[in-house]
Design a protein around this ligand. Structure first.
Ligand code: ADP
Ligand code: MG
Length: 473
C-alpha cells in the first residue's frame, strides 16, 4: 500500500523522468568512451594491417617472390603479434608463422576478416583470435597478413563489461535515490493528510508537524497551522457567543413568556394588560441591546471590523460621545468634566470607539453615587507608553466604588457583573465590548484606582491608542 503510494507519487514520477534523462545521457557518455578506447584500438589494428600489406605488396613488386620470402621469414621470427603466410598458387606454404590457411569460410581477397589460429605461447599452443587480410600476388601467390587480437579483444570485453556495470550502477543508485527522496516527500505529505483528516474528524487542535528545516514544506505547514489557529480562535469565539446566548438570553425570554402567560390566565382589566405589555416591550428592548452588544463584541473580536477601519479623528469621537452623557450626569447630581485635546487622527472604526467610550462613561455615571466627580480626558500619550510608538491616551475617571484589583481581569469577560452592582440595570457586556474594541485597535486597556489613598478609590480606565502613522500605513 505504502509502496503503491510511493510509486504513484509526483516526486517519484519526477525522479523517474530525471533518472531516465540521466541514464540516457550517461549511456551516451559511455558510448563515447567505448568509441574512443576499444573502438580506437580496433581501428588502429586495421590501420597497422593495411600499412603492412601495402608495404609488403610494394616489396613484391620490386623484388618478386624471391625477394619477398626472406622478408616474410624475417618478420615471422619477431613474435610481435604479427601473422604471416605466403603460399604458392597451390596453397603450399612458402614462408610465414601460420601453419595452415585459416578455415574461416567466405574469405575474399582484399577484405579484412576475423579468424582463429594456433598461437605458440610460452605455455604451449593456444587458440587465439586474429584479424587479417590476404591478397593474390601476380603469378598466383597468396599472401596473408594478420594480427593476433586476443589481448585487444580481452581488453575490449573488460571495457564493455565495466561500461555495463557503470550504467547498471547508475540506474540502481538513481532508483534507490528516487525511492528515498519520494518516501521522505510522501511521508511529509501524509502528515498533512493525516492532520487534515483528524481535523475533519473534529479535532481542531491538531497541527501539521514541522521538520525543522525551514524549507518550503515547512513554510506550507507553518502557514496552514497559522490558518488553523485563526480558524480555531474564530470557532471558539463563535462557540462562546452561542453558549452565552443559550445561557443568558434564555432566562429573560422565559420571564417574558411566563408573564404574558400569567397575564392571559387572569381576568384582567385593560390597565393590567397595558402594564404587562409595556414591561414586555422594555424587556424585549433589553434583549435586543444584549443581542447587539454580543454581535458587536463578536465582530470586534473576530477582526472582521478591521476592514471598516479608516483614518478617524478620535478627538471628535470622544467629544461627541461625552457630550451626549453630560445631561445624564447632571441629572444624577454628578460633576462631569470633559478635557479633549485636538489630536492627530488614528486608524480605527468610529462607531466601535464611540460605543466603547459610551460604555465607560455609562458605567462611571451608573456605578458612582450622587455628588461624584466624573472626568473624560484625551491627551497625547506619555513617551514610551506604547513601546516607543507615539500614542494617544483616553482616560475615564470617577469617584465611585471602583473595581477591586482581583476583579479587574474578570470584568472583561462577557456577562460578568460584580456583586455590588446587581441592583443596577445592565447585562455585563459593556466592558467586554471595550476590551474587544481595544484589542481591535491595538490599544492597551488598564483599570486602576482613581484615588488610591481614599477608602472609596473610584475607577480610572485608561486606553492607550497607537498614533496613526500615515508613512507606515
Ligand atoms: N465605573 C465603575 N465603577 C465600579 N464598578 C464598575 C465600573 N464599571 C464597571 N464596573 C463593574 O464591572 C462590571 C461589568 O461592567 P460592564 O461590563 O459595563 O457591565 P454592566 O455595566 O452591564 O454591569 C459591572 O457590573 C460593575 O460591577
Ligand atoms: Mg456597563
Amino acid at each position: 500500500m505504502l509502496f503503491l503510494n510511493l510509486i504513484r507519487s509526483t516526486t517519484f514520477r519526477v525522479a523517474m523522468v530525471y533518472l531516465g534523462v540521466f541514464s540516457g545521457s550517461a549511456f551516451l557518455v559511455l558510448i563515447w568512451i567505448y568509441w574512443s578506447t576499444a573502438g580506437f584500438m580496433a581501428r588502429q589494428t586495421d590501420e597497422t594491417l593495411n600499412a603492412e600489406i601495402t608495404g609488403l605488396a610494394e616489396q613484391y613488386r620490386q623484388r618478386q617472390i624471391n625477394g619477398l620470402i626472406p622478408i616474410v621469414l624475417n618478420r615471422s621470427e619477431r613474435h610481435d603479434g604479427s601473422i604471416y603466410l605466403l603460399t604458392a598458387p597451390t596453397r603450399r606454404r612458402l614462408a610465414g608463422n601460420l601453419s595452415s590457411w585459416p578455415t574461416t569460410d567466405e574469405i575474399e581477397p582484399g577484405i579484412l576478416f576475423d579468424f582463429k589460429y594456433d598461437a605458440v605461447t610460452p605455455e604451449g599452443t593456444e587458440v587465439h583470435d586474429a584479424r587479417g587480410r590476404f591478397f593474390v600476388l601476380e603469378g598466383g601467390f597468396l599472401l596473408l597478413v594478420g594480427r593476433d587480437v586476443q589481448e585487444r579483444l580481452e581488453t575490449q570485453n573488460r571495457i564493455i563489461s565495466s561500461l555495463y556495470w557503470g550504467l547498471g550502477l547508475t540506474i540502481l543508485i538513481g532508483l534507490v535515490g528516487a525511492i528515498i527522496i519520494s518516501r521522505n516527500m510522501v511521508s511529509r505529505i501524509d502528515a498533512f493528510n493525516r492532520t487534515s483528516r483528524d481535523i475533519m474528524g473534529g479535532d481542531l487542535s491538531r497541527r501539521v508537524p514541522l521538520s525543522g528545516t525551514g524549507d518550503e514544506m515547512d513554510q506550507l505547514a507553518q502557514n496552514l497551522n497559522a490558518m488553523l489557529d485563526k480558524i480555531e480562535r474564530l470557532m471558539v469565539g463563535m462557540r462562546e457567543v452561542t453558549d452565552n446566548i443559550a445561557h443568558d438570553l434564555r432566562s429573560p425570554l422565559n420571564r417574558i413568556r411566563s408573564r404574558v402567560e400569567v397575564t392571559l390566565m387572569k381576568e384582567n382589566d385593560g390597565d393590567a394588560y397595558k402594564d404587562a405589555l409595556q414591561e414586555t416591550v422594555r424587556e424585549a428592548d433589553e434583549l435586543l441591546s444584549t443581542f447587539n452588544a454580543l454581535l458587536a463584541i463578536a465582530r470586534a473580536e473576530a477582526g472582521a471590523a478591521r476592514e471598516t477601519m479608516k483614518e478617524i479623528s478620535i478627538s471628535s469621537v470622544v467629544r461627541d460621545t461625552a457630550e451626549l452623557y453630560e445631561p445624564v450626569a447632571e441629572e444624577k447630581g454628578q460633576s462631569f468634566e470633559v478635557d479633549v485635546d485636538d489630536l492627530p487622527p488614528i486608524w480605527g472604526n468610529r462607531e466601535m470607539i464611540a460605543q466603547a467610550v459610551a460604555n465607560l462613561i455609562d458605567n462611571a455615571i451608573k456605578y458612582s453615587p450622587e455628588g461624584s466627580a466624573i472626568s473624560v480626558t484625551l491627551k497625547p500619550g506619555l513617551k514610551g507608553a506604547l513601546e516607543g510608538r507615539d500614542s494617544i491616551r483616553l482616560t475615564v475617571k470617577d469617584t465611585g466604588p471602583g473595581i477591586p484589583a482581583m476583579d479587574r481581569d474578570r470584568v472583561r469577560n462577557r456577562f460578568v457583573r460584580l456583586e455590588l452592582s446587581r441592583s443596577k440595570p445592565g447585562s455585563g457586556l459593556g466592558l467586554s465590548l471595550v476590551s474587544a474594541v481595544a484589542q481591535l485597535h491595538d490599544a492597551r486597556l488598564t483599570f486602576s484606582d482613581n484615588e488610591p489613598e481614599k477608602e472609596v478609590p473610584g475607577l480610572r480606565v485608561t486606553m492607550i491608542f497607537p498614533a496613526y502613522d500615515s508613512q507606515a500605513a
